[in-house]
Design a protein around this ligand. Structure first.
Ligand code: KIV
Length: 294
């Protein structure tokens, strides 16, 4: 039997990503690229543009569903969107974020919920937030053949406990806790870890310490990869984006302009034109009107 980490067809697998940790050290062009997607067209565009990991983030709650935080997002909503993303992706690894409440109670239920992402929605891995206190859960999921991506530092599902969306690990004591969290996630068997909103020096230290790849968001350039929320990078949000969210396009403005143009054309009578209309083969002249049933 041959054991291949890479299936040879360009498909990104969990073992591929783990190997990238060691490739990145010598070639920065091997850094892992990850973006969020929540529907079929965005997932397909990301995949075809060559992103390595498509994350169905629970940020969907705020950027696409209009909730105030990620907390109200339900398991069924997440599954629904993960299925749509799955249909759009062929090459990238599809990771589903487990929503708040779907892994915080009884362990058996958490494993069952994670399995639904794999069995019903086609996710290849799940992401859970939290460090030391997720040790047992990550180990159980890994035992159940579900690859886990960890997430430490600023964990948005802890917004109430943290008192807001704040950069984590700025003091020696809190930095030590974030480092302990990251180590626990690795020890429990996660294959990769998101480092969110922390000093770049701390993220660099965690990246050097761990054997699994780190994927940063607001954690500086020394991580093994980067992730952004798609709507932030495309300018499709309604608040000021965080300082780390570099804007690559202004899609919100492009949509507004297109819609204003459409309204003006409809009301000005230039849309649809004759060329945008269907024509009948026979003359309508002398044709009896079709009786309208009332
Ligand atoms: O939900 C999300 O988009 C995330 C990323 C910020 C990592 O968890």
């Amino acid at each position: 039997m041959r054991i291949l980490a890479n299936q040879g067809n360009g498909k990104i697998t969990v073992p591929d990503l783990m190997q990238r940790k060691f490739l990145v050290a010598n070639s920065p062009n091997k850094k892992i690229t990850c973006l969020t997607a929540y529907d079929y067209p965005s997932a397909r565009l990301l995949d075809e543009a060559g992103v390595d990991v498509v994350l169905v983030g629970d940020s969907i709650a705020m950027v696409a569903l209009g909730y105030e935080s990620t907390l109200p997002l339900t398991l069924e909503e997440s599954l629904h969107h993960t299925k749509a993303v799955r249909r759009g992706v062929q090459r990238a690894l599809v990771v589903a974020d487990m929503p708040y409440g779907s892994y915080h109670g009884e362990m058996g239920e958490a494993v069952h919920n994670a399995m639904r992402f794999v069995k019903e929605a086609g996710a290849e891995a799940v992401k859970v937030e939290g460090g030391e206190r997720r040790l047992e859960l990550i180990a159980k999921l890994t035992e159940a053949e579900i690859p886990v991506m960890g997430h430490v530092g600023l964990t948005p599902q802890s917004v109430n406990a943290l008192g807001g969306y704040r950069v984590q690990g700025k003091t020696p004591a809190t930095a030590e806790q974030v480092l302990r969290d990251a180590r626990s996630v690795e020890a429990a068997g996660a294959f990769a870890i998101v480092l969110e909103a922390m000093p770049r020096e701390l993220a660099a230290e965690i990246t050097l310490t761990l054997r699994i790849p780190t994927i940063g968001i607001g954690a500086g350039p020394d991580c093994d990869g980067q992730v952004l929320v798609l709507h932030d990078m495309l300018g499709l949000t309604f608040q000021e984006p965080p300082k780390f969210a570099r804007r690559y396009a202004n899609v919100g403005q492009a949509i507004s302009q297109a819609v204003r143009g459409y309204c003006a054309d409809v009301q000005g009578g230039s849309f649809p034109s004759d060329a945008e209309s269907y024509h009948s083969n026979t003359s309508m002249k002398g044709r009896k009107p079709i009786p309208i049933a009332r």
